[in-house]
Design a binder for this molecule. Structure first.
Ligand SMILES: Cc1ncc(Cn2nnc(CCOP(=O)(O)OP(=O)(O)O)c2C)c(N)n1
Length: 565
């Protein structure tokens, strides 16, 4: 078998665990796409546009561990740019491949289509270098193996996207055959001395604390530290809270779970316990304006052990070259049990109020947000992943309880509206057969990338999508309102018949009352052969109290005047 650059790439794609990859064809990449089709163990999935293809690869990486997307030069790549930068923000290894010009053209002083019409062909590579952990350009076939392997190894190690540019006339050029793929799966062990020192320091701080507490952060999954975190939690026996973008990374039915810590919009009873703790170990956090509610919810450094993917920060010291999972696991063996924060939580939550079970709404009353959330909560089971889009959907999803085994997906770091529909498509492409995906998306966000629902119909995905039609950009209105937050209404449910055409089995339903919603969910649960979209119409000002509180504090942070010189 003589290898070509294209099927070298295809071989590596399969070896890192890709069963699907996403693309939009273009004249620069057609031969490369043929080369990739040579590998029958993977499916080539077309998307309506390259932004959606990048978001789909990002969503796929959430369930599969790694994703890939192929575009044509410039016009495809720059649409995908937002999705690749987003994968960087979300710490997801997406392999981005763009075809490019014929290697004879620069020396021939040629100008080319799909460029800005200059002789500089490097600006795409320069742009992507800013948002990837490795970026390579293949201009000579003999360099392809080492460049492709470098990009892939780095992406898998750093949990970040990588950029591979392949000249269009090299896609079918002969190249050496791949070395054993095990070389790609490098891990980065800790420095032994640093690890021992960090564990000793952390154990002393936690064992001397009167009220220790654990807080899960967003990087636990990316750095494969979810199990080690749970090991430490069960060794310590203390209260365990999670940051909003780590929801689902610690089981919500676990007896030590006390909820989402998100400042003033935390789960009931959670904030006071986190603030009461005298030593908090936070594992893999991203403290941003959004996750700290405009800098109002940040544990104090002198009462915090901050364990990041490759370093641990103590009140008086920073230790580097320490792998997060190894640190948490080693620490679990050195800590003594102390459940004071958990006991206190149970006292407070019992005293404060029993979970006010939302009551069933009057059947034919206009649908409300509370009734919508109550019914979605009842629809979530241990096989469900709940995926929420930027918007009030964040807060509605955040307050939902995940039964054991249920999962949660959110894009809080990048927060790019339009992500959810293609990410649903990509996530569903990689989802285990016996599981289901439920997405909660606002009308405003839906309008950015709605057309990818057509590909859910094409592939017969059984996704259930709730479109919350509150007539506009309500999250924006709550941060800072203006005429720009109001949009043209669509017949969202009616879109499905447009996308079905003569050959689809999608189902579009409208719900304006609790009864209509209950009937729609029943139909959705029975529907086969395609996705179900339920357009839930609620009042414009019917938003979560958490959004109101959070939006006010974020607005204050946004509007701080420039520091006087
Ligand atoms: C790509 C991108 N463009 C603009 C924004 C700013 N933005 N954030 N949320 C929104 C509105 C979301 O509205 P909906 O999806 O209807 O959600 P609701 O909050 O439920 O109304 C915007 C316009 C954004 N976050 N991402």
């Amino acid at each position: 078998k003589t290898y070509t650059v294209g099927n070298y790439l295809a071989t590596r794609f399969e070896q890192i665990g890709l069963k699907h990859y996403f693309m939009v064809p273009g004249d620069y990449n057609l031969v490369l796409l043929d080369q990739l089709l040579w590998n029958k163990n993977m499916q080539q999935i077309g998307c309506c546009n390259e932004l959606n293809a990048a978001y789909a690869a990002e969503g796929y990486a959430r369930v599969n561990g790694v994703g890939a997307v192929i575009t044509t030069f410039n016009v495809g790549a720059f649409s995908a740019f937002n999705g690749i930068a987003g994968a960087n923000a979300e710490s997801l290894p997406v392999i981005f491949v763009s075809s490019s010009y014929n290697t004879n053209d620069p020396s021939a002083n040629h100008l080319l289509h799909h460029t800005i019409g200059s002789h500089d062909f490097a600006y795409q590579y320069d742009a992507f270098r800013q948002v990837t952990c490795a970026s390579v350009r293949i201009l000579h076939a003999e360099n392809a193996p080492s460049l492709i392997d470098h990009a892939i190894v780095t992406a898998l190690r750093e949990r970040k996207p990588a950029y591979i540019e392949i000249a269009c006339n090299l896609s079918d050029a002969p190249c050496p055959k791949p070395a054993p793929f095990e070389i790609l799966l490098v891990s980065q062990p800790s420095n032994r001395q640093a690890l021992d020192a960090a564990v000793e320091t952390a154990a002393a701080l936690l064992n001397n604390a009167k009220k220790p507490l654990l807080l899960a952060g967003v990087h636990l999954r990316a750095f494969k530290a979810i199990d080690a975190f749970r090991e430490l939690a069960e060794a310590l026996g203390c209260a365990v809270a999670v940051m909003p973008n780590a929801k689902g990374f610690f089981p919500e039915n676990h007896p030590q779970y006390i909820g989402i810590y998100w400042g003033g919009v935390s789960s009931p009873g959670c904030e006071s316990i986190v603030d009461w703790a005298d030593m908090t170990l936070v594992a893999g956090p991203m403290f941003t304006d959004y996750t700290t509610v405009g800098w109002t919810a940040l544990p104090h450094r002198e009462q915090m052990i901050k364990a990041d993917p490759r370093q641990v920060q103590f009140p008086q010291a920073d230790y580097t070259e320490i792998a997060l999972a190894e640190f948490l696991s080693a620490l679990a063996k050195q800590v003594r049990k102390n459940d004071k924060t958990l006991i206190q939580f149970r006292r407070e939550v019992r005293k404060a109020h029993e979970e006010t079970e939302a009551h069933v709404a009057i059947e034919n009353a206009p649908l409300t947000r509370v009734e919508l959330c109550r019914q979605i909560q009842n629809d979530i089971d241990e096989k469900t992943t709940l995926l929420v889009e930027t918007g009030d959907a964040w807060f509605n999803g955040m307050s939902m309880h995940l039964p054991g085994g249920a999962r949660f997906e959110i894009e809080m770091q990048w927060g790019s509206i339009g992500w959810a529909v293609p990410a649903t498509f990509g996530y569903a492409m990689g989802l285990e057969r016996d599981r289901r995906l439920v997405s909660l998306i606002g009308d405003g966000s839906f309008q950015l990338t709605a057309q990818e629902v057509a590909n859910m119909i094409r592939y017969g995905q059984h996704n259930l999508i709730f479109i919350v039609n509150n007539r506009g950009y309500v999250i924006e209105s709550e941060i800072h309102d203006g005429p720009y937050n109001y949009i043209k209404n669509w017949d969202y449910a009616g879109l499905i018949s447009v996308f079905n055409a003569e050959d689809g089995h999608g189902l579009g339903l409208k719900a304006t009352t609790g009864k209509e919603l209950a009937d729609a969910i029943k139909k959705a649960r029975k529907h086969r052969g395609g996705p179900v979209l339920i357009e839930c119409q609620i009042a414009h000002d019917d938003c979560s109290p958490q959004l109101l509180k959070w939006g006010t504090k974020v607005a204050v942070a946004n509007e701080r005047p420039p520091r006087q010189a």
